[in-house]
Design a protein around this ligand. Structure first.
Ligand code: DAK
Length: 258
C-alpha cells in the first residue's frame, strides 16, 4: 500500500505522508517513498515548489515509527539513519523550494523533515518537539544540527534536553515557523506562497537557495566570494535580461528558467 502520495498541480508538487492511523509515523517504507517522490520531482524542471504535508488533521508526522524501531539492531538503525538523512538532504538541496505545511504534530523525525524544508508554515494546531532523549536516543535525522541553525543553540538545547512540545505560536515566536494560519487555510496558504515563488525567475530562485545554504557551511568572505560568482553566472541567463527589460517596459516578465 502506498504511504506517501504525490500530486502535481502545474508548477507545485504536493507530497503527503498518508499513514493516518499511526499519526503518519515514519517507517522505512514512508522514508523510501518520500525519497522516490523527491528524486522524481528533482528531475522534473516543470516543478518549482514542493509542499510536504501529512494527511488528516492531527499530524504532519509523529516521528519515526517506534513500533519498527523498538526491535531494530544497530545495522537496521544505520539504514534508518541513511533514509532520514537522504530525505532531509533532498529537501534541503533540491533546486525546487520546499515548504513544510505543518498540519498537526511534527515530532521527532517529523520535526526533522520540517527543519530540512526551506520554509515552515504551521497550522494553528501544529505542535513541534524533538522527544528522542526521552526514548534513549538523540534526534539523529539532522535534529541536533539543523534546529540550532534555525532557532539558535540555546533554545535548541533546551528543546532537545527537555523534549518539550511547543505550539504553533511559540514556534512562530522562535522563528521555527514562518507563519501560523488556521488549519482550514493551510494548504491554500502554502499553494499561494508556492505560486508567488514559481512566478519568479526559477533558476535565480534555485541559485539563491544554493547560495543561502552555502552560507551555513563557510565563513563570510568565502560565502560572499561564491555569491559574487553565482551572480556573475546569472548575468549570462535569458531570465536576467528578460526580468530587467520587462521592468523597464512596464510589463510582466516571461521567464524561461534560464
Ligand atoms: N510510532 C509508531 N506509532 C505511533 C507513533 C510513532 N512515532 N506516534 C503515534 N503512533 C500511533 C499510536 O501508537 C497509536 O496507535 P494505536 O494504539 O491506535 O495502534 C496511534 O498512532 C494514535 O496515537 P495516540 O493514541 O497516541 O494519539 P494521541 O492523540 O493520544 O497522541 C501523540 C498523539 C502524537 C502525542 C502521541 O501518539 C505520541 O506521543 N506519539 C509518539 C511521539 C514520539 O515520541 N515520536 C518521536 C519518535 S522518535 C534515526 C533518525 C531519526 C529518528 C530515529 C533514528 N537514526 C538516524 C537512526 C527519529 C526518532 C523519532 O522520531
Amino acid at each position: 500500500m502506498e504511504l506517501v502520495k504525490l500530486q502535481i498541480e502545474e508548477e507545485i508538487a504536493i507530497v503527503t505522508i498518508d499513514r493516518v492511523k499511526s499519526m503518519n509515523a515514519l517507517n522505512n517504507q514512508v522514508y523510501e517513498e518520500i525519497i522516490a517522490h523527491l528524486e522524481a520531482i528533482r528531475a522534473n524542471d516543470a516543478v518549482k515548489v514542493v509542499i510536504l504535508t501529512g494527511a488528516g488533521e492531527k499530524a504532519f508526522a509523529a516521528g519515526a515509527d517506534i513500533v519498527q524501531m523498538v526491535g531494530q539492531n544497530a545495522m537496521e538503525g544505520r539504514h534508518l539513519a541513511w533514509l532520514c538523512h537522504r530525505a532531509a538532504e533532498l529537501l534541503e538541496t533540491m533546486r525546487q523550494v520546499t515548504i513544510a505545511a505543518v498540519n498537526g504534530y511534527a515530532l521527532g523525525g517529523g520535526c526533522e523533515l520540517t527543519l530540512a524544508c526551506d520554509i515552515r508554515v504551521a497550522a494553528e494546531n501544529a505542535r513541534f518537539a524533538l522527544p528522542e532523549v526521552g526514548l534513549g536516543i538523540i534526534p539523529g535525522g539532522g535534529g541536533t544540527q539543523r534546529l540550532s541553525r534555525i532557532i539558535g543553540i540555546g533554545r535548541a538545547k533546551e528543546l532537545i534536553f527537555t523534549c518539550d512540545q511547543i505550539d504553533a505560536q511559540e514556534a512562530y515566536r522562535m522563528g521555527l515557523a514562518n507563519h501560523v494560519v488556521p488549519q482550514a487555510e493551510l494548504m491554500d496558504y502554502c499553494r499561494a506562497m508556492g505560486k508567488k515563488i514559481a512566478s519568479k525567475a526559477s533558476y535565480a530562485v534555485s541559485v539563491a537557495k544554493a547560495s543561502i545554504n552555502n552560507s551555513e557551511n563557510v565563513d563570510l568572505p568565502s560565502g560572499c566570494a561564491r555569491e559574487q560568482d553565482l551572480l556573475g553566472l546569472l548575468f549570462a541567463t535569458h531570465d536576467k535580461g528578460e526580468g530587467m527589460k520587462a521592468f523597464l517596459e512596464r510589463r510582466k516578465p516571461e521567464f524561461t528558467d534560464f
